[in-house]
Design a protein around this ligand. Structure first.
Ligand code: PMP
Length: 375
């Protein structure tokens, strides 16, 4: 990314933190395989175990509960692919959760969300009673939505699921690094996390598995990760992930600044373009995310025009696919296609400052004026 560009797409991926980069470079210098008993192997092993402790500290988990994966897509797939008879899931989940649920062979019970995209404990109770799940059942619920930033009440939903003897998986990808995430206090069985959303490298993540809960490996093989995930460890990725987690722990106060920047951004957008709609503005949301629709201007047009003005943002669910299509999240929230088709996501992070926001607003004003709707 060049310094002139304004990067406001942290929910797609965050820039690599300097600490993560340094840890990765150090790891790349190591010759050993962490499974080897010799000194080279032990040095690689030590790096992995250090990262495991750093991630456990960020999440308030036991280090024995952290299993490294290639990222949250793998973590989600693994959690959902493990012989469940019934899976409860809402339409606002990330595609990797929805696809894994469909592929699992389980009975998939789709949960309705309210207009802000939230599940309610009452709605979950009714859905469980109606489905009458038998055998092994799982609820998969995200902590925060990648498009709107809307938070789910995971503790309340977990308590409803627990009463019905349903296991719980949470996709905490977007919450980690932006909110305090406490695996132990949440009481869930499984949690997916990804390094690259918090300043670590792409292609590294973890599934946190509560001690005492067993999960059939998705990848068998060499018995790595205490026989839970086969494959020679991605030491540089893991070391970078650990260093990013450690940096997040040390910079927790940044979150308050993000909220002030994001709220200011929304105020200015609404002043400049009063017909704009901030999706789920009144709901509890991540402090770094805003999803805004500018009626009359298609999301694709906004993203392209802002890109030409040097600003990177996303449209709909473009974060993983690179293509601009209708957002399944906004559709699950019953937002009319006409409005959903005009929604873009602006997501900020640790490096975002007031100058970036000013540059964005300048570009937004120009684009809106050219589409004839500026105030
Ligand atoms: N879940 C959510 C909520 C996400 O936003 C993403 C990334 N867009 C993923 C899962 C997948 O993570 P990864 O890129 O590590 O596979």
């Amino acid at each position: 990314m060049t310094s002139q560009r304004v990067y406001l797409d942290y929910n797609a991926t965050a820039p690599l933190l300097p600490d993560a980069r340094a840890a990765m470079i150090a790891a790349l210098e190591l010759a050993g395989n962490a499974s080897s008993v010799h000194a080279d192997g032990r040095a690689a092993r030590a790096m992995i175990e250090k990262a495991r402790l750093q991630i456990a500290a960020l999440l308030n988990a036991q280090s024995s509960e952290v299993v490294f994966t290639s990222g949250a897509t793998e973590s989600n797939t693994w959690a959902l692919a493990s012989g469940w008879d019934t899976i409860f899931v809402a339409g606002v989940e990330h595609v990797s959760v929805l696809a894994a649920a469909e592929a699992s062979g389980a009975q998939v019970v789709k949960l309705a969300v309210d207009g802000a995209g939230r599940l309610t404990p009452e709605g979950l109770s009714v859905a469980i009673a109606n489905a009458g799940p038998s055998g092994r059942a799982l609820l998969s619920v995200q902590m925060a939505n990648n498009e709107t930033g809307v938070l789910q009440d995971v503790p309340a939903l977990t308590s409803v699921a627990r009463d019905a003897r349903i296991a719980v998986h949470t996709d905490a990808v977007q919450a980690c690094g932006r909110l305090a995430v406490d695996f132990t206090a949440l009481g869930v069985d499984f949690m997916s996390v990804s390094a690259h959303k918090m300043g670590g490298p792409k292609g590294a993540g973890a599934l946190i598995i509560r001690d005492g809960v067993s999960l059939k490996p998705l990848l068998a093989g060499g018995g790595q990760e205490r026989r839970r995930r086969g494959g020679t460890e991605n030491i540089a990725g893991i070391a970078g992930f650990g260093a990013a987690a450690d940096a997040v722990v040390r910079q927790a106060e940044r979150v308050t600044d993000l909220r002030a920047l994001r709220d200011g951004l929304e105020r200015h957008i609404l002043d400049m373009t009063p017909h704009a709609v901030v999706i789920s503005q009144a709901a509890d949301r991540l402090p770094n995310t805003t999803c805004v629709a500018l009626p009359g201007t298609h999301s694709e047009t906004l993203v392209i025009k802002l890109d030409l003005a040097g600003v990177s943002i996303s449209a709909g669910s473009a974060c993983s696919s690179g293509k601009v299509g209708a957002s399944h999240v906004l559709a699950a929230m019953q937002i009319p296609d006409q409005l959903a088709g005009c929604a873009v996501r602006i997501s900020i992070g640790a490096e975002t400052n007031g100058k970036d926001i000013a540059a964005f607003l300048d570009a937004w004003g120009h684009v809106a004026a050219r589409t004839g709707k500026a105030a």
